[in-house]
Design a protein around this ligand. Structure first.
Ligand SMILES: Cc1cc2nc3c(=O)[nH]c(=O)nc-3n(C[C@H](O)[C@H](O)[C@H](O)COP(=O)(O)OP(=O)(O)OC[C@H]3O[C@@H](n4cnc5c(N)ncnc54)[C@H](O)[C@@H]3O)c2cc1C
Length: 416
């Protein structure tokens, strides 16, 4: 069995960024395994621009952004295998060595590694996940699937379109379908606020005259072979449909942009603890999961708003993996990061109290003129004042070790 220092699972922006940084740090006995035929992850189908402003100071399309890292992988000659899906990770109890099993067209491949980096990205929630009643005709797509058909396979998915969910991918697809000649009637969002970024509301909906209806949802799908119409209802404050508000929209296509979920199967196989708040792995400030030597970054860890932060998170992870391999371990992280009801989740969930780290988080609902406080033992150790905080935007707060102690848990709260 081939012995490696590191196996990276997933060749999207997180996996590529981690690989390049590890290589630069002299960790060369590594391998990227990618299930698709090409490297690049979900960015390959994101042909719009808006990527890279933070990381590169310029705005790139998804494929251009990915290519920056793929070119470095090629230049350094970092080993990778595509068209190969990792199907299992197990950890040997006595030695802590990880066995990674992958299915390739040449059969099963097995590797033994000192560390494993989880960068498998996330998947879209489907109609089944949100249980929309009605018939099961063709013409109902998740936004990412519709995007892959149009941008990668040059196949138009429909002409008369309704979009459910105001996630970024849904709004980007509203614009894309309009540019391809479809008529997008409206975007409906069950929550009383949009779930995607404000810039996408402006650039993808407002600029194209596509209305966004908040507190509305699809309550029935109609059509036997192909979608014929959807019924949309207003919802109350508990997000329950209000009787008597039903309106039928004739359409041949319903696009769902109703959330993303980290790809957790391999994390679970490896015995990694998951956080019900982030829906991804519990990690410490080194991006190490509950299994020593197994690390996670990118959308498999937390659904990011911008790919720039994915790359930066994966580069920080790579620094920790390099330290782990060189020093055979990292500072133990015995303190928990607790949240109040206004915070959906934080990364990391565990800290040492002895090192600088960056906290990523999201708020649960839109808030104005608030202050995010990180409190340890009654003392505010870091804070950020915000005129506006919205769930669509990831918030990052740097924390200095000099302000921390090694004994008390950290609390994150939002004061309005
Ligand atoms: C439609 C859409 C529009 C977006 N628009 C923007 C934007 O305008 N600006 C912006 O900054 N960000 C945008 N993003 C977000 C950005 O694309 C993501 O944050 C980023 O791609 C996440 O990177 P990742 O490496 O974590 O995951 P991914 O890009 O999803 O990569 C994960 C990789 O892992 C592979 N993989 C999964 N499981 C396995 C396995 N078992 N074995 C082997 N390989 C596996 C997958 O094939 C994939 O290649 C958009 C995302 C989408 C979907």
């Amino acid at each position: 069995m081939r012995q490696l220092d590191t196996v990276i699972i997933g060749g999207g922006p997180a996996g590529l960024s981690a690989a390049v940084r590890l290589w630069e740090k002299g960790i060369r006995n590594l391998l990227i395994l990618e299930r698709e035929k090409q490297l690049g992850g979900i960015l390959r189908q994101c042909i719009h621009d808006g990527f890279g402003l933070t990381r590169f100071g310029e705005t790139l399309s998804g494929p251009e952004y990915a290519q920056r890292f793929i070119s470095q992988v090629e230049e350094f000659d970092i080993p990778y295998i595509t068209d190969t899906t990792v199907i299992d990770i197990s950890v040997e109890e006595d030695t802590g060595k990880k066995k990674v099993v992958a299915a390739s067209k040449d059969g099963l491949l097995e590797f033994e590694a000192k560390t494993v980096i989880l960068t498998m990205g996330c998947r879209e929630r489907t109609r089944g996940a949100i249980s929309i009643p009605g018939e099961r005709p063709a013409g109902v797509y998740t936004a990412g699937v519709a995007q892959a058909y149009i941008n990668l396979q040059n196949k138009m998915v429909g002409r008369e379109v309704v979009i459910l969910g105001s996630g970024d991918i849904g709004m980007i697809m509203a614009r894309r379908m309009t540019l391809e000649g479809a008529h997008v009637q409206a975007v409906f969002e069950v929550q009383p606020y949009a779930s995607g970024l404000p810039r996408n509301i402006l650039q993808c909906l407002d600029d194209y005259g596509i209305p966004l209806y908040l507190s509305h949802t699809v309550t029935e799908i109609r059509g036997r072979e192909r979608l014929e119409s959807v019924v949309v209802s207003q919802v109350d404050e508990r997000m329950q449909p209000i009787k008597g508000t039903e309106k039928e929209y004739p359409c041949d296509t319903l696009i769902l942009s109703v959330g993303l979920i980290p790809e957790n199967e391999l994390s679970l196989a490896a015995g990694v603890e998951l956080d019900p708040r982030s829906k991804g792995a519990v990690v410490d400030e080194h991006h190490q999961t509950s299994v020593p030597g197994v690390f996670a970054a990118g959308n498999v860890l937390q659904v990011h708003d911008l790919v720039d932060f994915v790359s930066m998170e994966a580069e920080e992870l790579a620094d920790s993996v390099a330290a782990y391999l060189r020093e055979d371990g990292l500072t133990p992280c015995g303190l928990s990061v607790m949240t109040d009801g206004n915070v959906t989740h934080t990364i990391p969930q565990r800290i040492s109290g002895t090192e600088d780290f960056k906290l990523s988080m999201r708020v649960r609902r839109p808030m104005k003129d608030c202050r995010i406080e990180l409190v340890q033992g009654g003392q505010v150790v870091a804070e950020r004042r915000m005129k506006k905080a919205i769930p669509a935007e990831m918030i990052q707060i740097p924390v200095k070790a000099a302000k921390l102690n090694e004994k008390e848990d950290l609390e994150v709260k939002v004061v309005c």
